[in-house]
Write a protein that binds this ligand. Structure first.
Ligand code: F6P
Length: 482
């Protein structure tokens, strides 16, 4: 055993990590702690414990910063105030096949049921090559975690990128206590069955290498249990949510991740957010605002959201000139061809809406496609209506974060197909995301809602949205490993 390596008691494994890069005044590349609930949640939950976070992906901004820095070299080890981070150096072709080829083009499509099934992949030789790299990517995480973990350490594995990892770890280190958490939906067996039989088995057995499996909604947990019963013939207890397989009993639980209210409020109080808010106000005047903030992502249903807004302006002409739709659709997974085509559809439809309704005095729609976090927070603060209409979503944190920051008490138009509808359904206006007319009517109802009703609903939304903040959400995964 290598005595030089510091062993951790708590380990986290995720594709994207908690570090972002920027170039210092001397031209060198430095890291800093990235944003997001998981990072702040983990930092407080892991306080006083030796923690190691293993990750792989660099964002486009990170790569750009690396290319533009002095020597272009990336230091792959960081210490974020007691939390150590290792960024794996996985060969680019292996990473691309695992991340783009399998995780985002296959597993994401299956769990979100995005395939246009007559045109679904044929799972031929190309798929098998990519699958081998997905295995190699999971194995690279396993090596780093095995080297970096203390006897009996707890490992919290995150998401579909790392479905094979729990079993790989258990096979070599039965002393480890392993949790896996899925941030996506889980497809029911009727859809999951489109994967080849051996791949279905490898995925399910890979996850069942964990002691504890977490999901964001009972819907996804129950679909997973049904897949285990159908494809592994595992003994499943749907009431206690356990799976008995290979001589072990694996617990399955729902941990509905909530918004990090304190972190968000602190960030939204910063000067850059106030600047963005002033710029937006200048642009839209005192009109009512319908806001959406998404990655440009097929599952987010941005096209139907824009169609619903167009339908609102057509069927309820009284809103013309009175309302503006701020639609922020940030670039995402641009290596996946379907995403590029979708981005183009969004752009074209936005142009059509502008052509149909804009007047010299009124901009009906502002579509922003460049990522600007402070501007998103400014829009949350200003929103009268927040539109969140995914065709399928593990949770959707926009639906939870928007109400927390809303200064006017926004109304929430929310898809029934987002995990967040479980907690927010009572006070949101729920819509079928495929039904453009119903969504347009919900926008009208939201805009017409008396101010007192809107703020009373919004208060209750905030309460529900913050019930399980990231630190407690993460703590519950670790506690389940006791
Ligand atoms: O919520 C699911 C998820 O895949 C996260 O794991 C991820 O950080 C986020 O969506 C954004 O996706 P990506 O990391 O591919 O940009």
């Amino acid at each position: 055993m290598n005595e030089q390596v510091d062993k951790a008691q708590i380990l986290v494994a995720s594709n994207r990590g908690p570090v972002s890069f920027s170039i210092g005044a001397d031209g060198s590349l430095g890291h800093r702690r990235g944003g997001g609930g998981l990072v702040s949640g983990l930092s407080s939950a892991a306080e006083g414990t030796d923690t190691l976070w293993v990750c792989a992906a660099l964002s486009d901004a990170d790569r750009k910063a690396a290319a533009e820095s002095g020597d272009g070299r990336i230091d792959r080890v960081a210490d974020l105030g007691g939390m150590r981070v290792t960024m794996l150096d996985i060969p680019q072709d292996v990473f691309d096949n695992a991340y783009t080829g399998i995780a985002n083009s296959t597993l994401w499509f299956v769990q979100h049921m995005l395939y246009d099934t007559p045109n679904a992949p044929d799972f031929g030789a190309g798929f098998r090559t990519r699958w081998a790299d997905y295995r190699a990517y999971n194995a690279a995480f396993a090596e780093a975690l095995l080297t970096g973990s203390d006897e009996g350490a707890k490992v919290a594995v995150q998401d579909y990128h790392l479905a094979l990892l729990p079993r790989m770890l258990r096979g070599r280190r039965p002393d480890l206590r392993i949790a896996h958490f899925s941030h996506t939906p889980w497809a029911p067996p009727e859809y999951f069955r489109l994967l080849p039989a051996d791949i279905r088995r490898e995925l399910l057995e890979g996850m069942l290498g964990a002691d504890h499996l977490g999901f964001l909604s009972p819907r996804w947990a129950d679909a997973f249990l049904r897949c285990c019963a159908e494809f592994l013939r595992a003994t499943v207890d749907p009431v206690r949510r356990t799976v008995e397989y290979g001589g072990r009993i694996i617990g399955v639980e729902v941990h509905a991740l909530g918004a990090d209210a304190d972190g968000l409020r602190e960030r939204a109080a910063a000067g850059d957010v106030a600047e963005r808010a002033a710029a937006l106000r200048e642009r839209v005047g005192d009109r009512r605002l319908i806001v959406r903030v998404d990655r440009t992502e097929l599952s987010k249903n941005i096209v139907r959201g824009l169609e619903a807004y167009r339908e609102l302006l057509r069927s309820r002409p009284e809103w013309r000139g009175e309302v503006t739709h701020l639609a922020f659709a940030y670039p995402s997974r641009t290596d996946v061809p379907e995403y590029l085509a979708y981005t183009e559809r969004v752009r074209r439809l936005a142009e059509e809406i502008t052509e149909e309704f804009a007047t010299p005095e009124w901009t009906p729609l502002v579509l922003e496609v460049n990522d600007d976090f402070p501007r998103s927070l400014a829009a949350y603060r200003m929103a009268d209506v927040l539109l969140v209409n995914p065709i399928r979503d593990g949770m959707n944190l926009v639906a939870k974060e928007g109400p927390v920051l809303s200064e006017r008490g926004c109304a929430l138009v929310l898809s029934t197909e987002a995990g967040a509808a479980d907690e927010l359904g009572a006070d949101a206006l729920l819509v079928n995301p495929y039904d453009v007319v119903e969504t347009a009517e919900a926008l009208h109802t939201a805009l017409s809602m008396p101010a007192e009703e809107r703020s009373a609903r919004c208060e209750r939304l905030v309460e529900a949205a913050t019930a399980l903040p990231p630190a407690r959400w993460f703590r519950r995964q670790l506690d389940a490993l006791r």
